[in-house]
Design a protein around this ligand. Structure first.
Ligand SMILES: Cc1cc2nc3c(=O)[nH]c(=O)nc-3n(C[C@H](O)[C@H](O)[C@H](O)COP(=O)(O)OP(=O)(O)OC[C@H]3O[C@@H](n4cnc5c(N)ncnc54)[C@H](O)[C@@H]3O)c2cc1C
Length: 379
C-alpha cells in the first residue's frame, strides 16, 4: 500500500532525524536532541504498540555491578575499562533520576544484596578479600564510603534457605520500570517528539542525500539522518559490531501474606535476580540453563527456566511460605563479547546506539545521549 499525498505531507515531511526504537535509549536520544535544538524535527519509529523490547520488561534494578560480576570482568578486562563502565552506570542512573524524577520513577534506595551458597564459598572469599579495594574504587566514583559490606548475619532476617553468605551494596536502588517508561514517553512528547507506533523497519538503504527505510507496511520512508536504537533486535538492521539477542524470562508472584524481603538481590553470580515490588516478589534470569535456546529475539517462556525460577522461590527465597505465580513474561537483551555498548557512526547519515547488556536502566540515558550527540553533529 502506498502512502497518500496527505500522509506524506503531514506526517513525514521535513523530519530532521528519525530514531528507530522507543526503548530507554531511543527516548533518551530524542529528548536530548530536543534539548540540543528545540526546533529540530525528531520522529521515533517503533514497531510495537508499546516499546516492547527490554525497557518495559526489565526487573527495575538501579544497579552498577555486584562484586562477583566485577571480579569476573576484571579477569578479562583492565581495571580502567571495568571501573569506567561502573562510573557510566552510576552517572547514567543520576541522569535518569534527574530527568524522570525520583517520585515518578518510584525510586527507592533499599540496597542490594549478593547471595552466596555453599558451592559459592570460594567466590565469597575472593570478594571478602577484595572488599577494601572495591570500596576505595567506588568511593572515588560515587563519593560514598564502605559501599560493599559483608552482611551474612542478616540471612535469618530474610528467611533464606541454603544461603551461607551475603554482601550488601548500600548504593543500589530500585525503580518502577513501567512508570519510568511512561514518564520518558511523556517528556519526549511534551518536547514535540513525534512517536509513530506499529512501524517495523526492515532495511536501511543509504541514498545520496539521506537514508531510505523499507518498512513492514510496504512504505519506503526517506529521512535526512537516522539513529538506530533497536538493541537486541539490531542484527537484521546493522552489520557493524556483534549484537546477540538474549532472552530473559521473569515471573511475579501474587501479593504475599508476609513479604520478608526488601531490596534487590543477585543470586548465582547474577544469573538470577529478584526484588520486592507491591508486596510481591519479581524473579528472573536463568538463561545460563539453556544458553543456545535463549539466544533469540523471540519472546516466550520455557518450562526449564520457569521451573528453575519456581524451584528457587520454593527452596531458597520463600521456603516457609505458600505463594502463587501471577504472571510470567520475557524481554530481549542485546549482548556481545564485551559489556561496552556500541555507539558509533556507521555511514554518512546513520549512527547507532545499541548493545546495552543487562544494565541498560543504568546506562540507557547516557548511551541515548551519546547517540543523539553523534547524529546531531551531522546535521
Ligand atoms: C528481563 C530483563 C530484566 C532486566 N533487568 C534490568 C535491571 O534490573 N536493571 C537494568 O539496568 N537493566 C535491566 N535489563 C536491561 C535493560 O532493560 C536494557 O538494557 C534496556 O532496556 C535496553 O534499552 P534499549 O532502548 O536499548 O532497548 P529496548 O528497550 O529493547 O528498545 C528497543 C526498541 O526497538 C524496537 N524495535 C526493534 N526493532 C525494530 C525495528 N526493526 N523497527 C522498529 N522498531 C524496532 C523494539 O520494539 C523496542 O521497543 C533487563 C532486561 C531484561 C530483558
Amino acid at each position: 500500500m502506498n502512502l497518500s499525498y496527505w500522509e506524506k505531507e503531514s506526517f513525514f515531511k521535513n523530519i530532521d532525524i528519525a530514531i528507530i526504537g522507543s526503548g530507554i535509549v531511543g527516548l533518551s536520544a530524542a529528548i536530548r536532541l530536543k534539548e540540543l535544538s528545540p526546533k529540530l524535527e525528531v520522529m521515533i519509529l517503533e514497531r510495537g504498540s508499546l516499546p516492547i523490547g527490554a525497557s518495559t520488561r526489565n526487573a527495575g534494578f538501579a544497579c552498577f555491578g555486584s562484586m562477583t560480576e566485577l571480579l569476573d570482568d576484571l579477569k578479562t578486562q583492565s581495571e580502567d575499562v571495568v571501573f569506567s563502565l561502573v562510573e557510566k552506570r552510576w552517572k547514567g542512573l543520576l541522569k535518569l533520576r534527574n530527568r524522570v524524577g525520583d517520585a515518578n520513577l518510584r525510586y527507592q534506595e533499599l540496597g542490594g544484596y549478593e547471595l552466596f551458597r555453599k558451592e559459592d564459598v570460594s567466590d565469597f572469599q575472593q570478594c571478602a578479600d577484595q572488599i577494601d579495594f572495591f570500596n576505595k574504587k567506588l568511593n572515588s566514583i560515587i563519593g560514598e564510603k564502605g559501599v560493599y559490606k559483608i552482611a551474612s548475619r542478616n540471612i535469618p532476617n530474610f528467611g533464606f534457605e541454603k544461603i551461607e553468605h551475603l554482601i550488601h551494596n548500600q548504593a543500589e536502588g530500585q525503580i518502577h520500570t513501567g512508570e519510568m517508561m511512561k514518564t520518558l514517553l511523556r517528556i519526549a512528547q511534551a518536547k514535540g517528539v513525534k512517536i509513530l507506533n506499529g512501524i517495523f523497519v526492515k532495511k536501511l538503504n543509504d541514498v545520496e542525500d539521506g537514508v531510505e527505510l523499507e518498512t513492514g507496511s510496504g512504505w519506503n520512508l526517506k529521512f535526512k539522518k537516522v539513529l538506530v536504537a533497536t538493541n537486541g533486535f539490531s542484527k537484521t538492521l546493522i552489520k557493524q559490531g556483534e549484537v546477540v539477542p538474549a532472552r530473559n524470562q521473569v515471573l511475579i508472584t501474587k501479593p504475599l501474606q508476609n513479604n520478608p524481603i526488601q531490596g534487590t538481590f543477585h543470586y548465582d553470580k547474577g544469573y538470577f535476580y529478584f526484588r520486592n515490588i507491591d508486596n510481591r516478589i519479581l524473579l528472573g534470569g536463568g538463561r545460563n540453563l539453556a544458553r543456545e535456546e535463549e539466544e533469540t529475539p523471540e519472546f516466550g517462556t520455557t518450562e526449564i527456566i520457569q521451573n528453575a525460577l519456581i524451584a528457587l522461590l520454593k527452596n531458597v527465597i520463600l521456603p516457609n511460605q505458600k505463594f502463587e505465580i501471577e504472571s510470567t513474561w520475557s524481554g530481549i537483551l542485546g549482548v556481545g563479547n564485551t559489556k561496552k555498548p556500541i555507539v558509533q557512526t556507521i555511514s554518512k547519515n546513520v549512527s547507532v546506539a545499541v548493545r546495552l547488556g543487562g544494565m541498560g536502566v543504568a546506562i540507557g540515558s547516557l548511551v541515548g545521549e551519546e547517540g543523539a550527540e553523534l547524529i546531531f553533529k551531522k546535521i
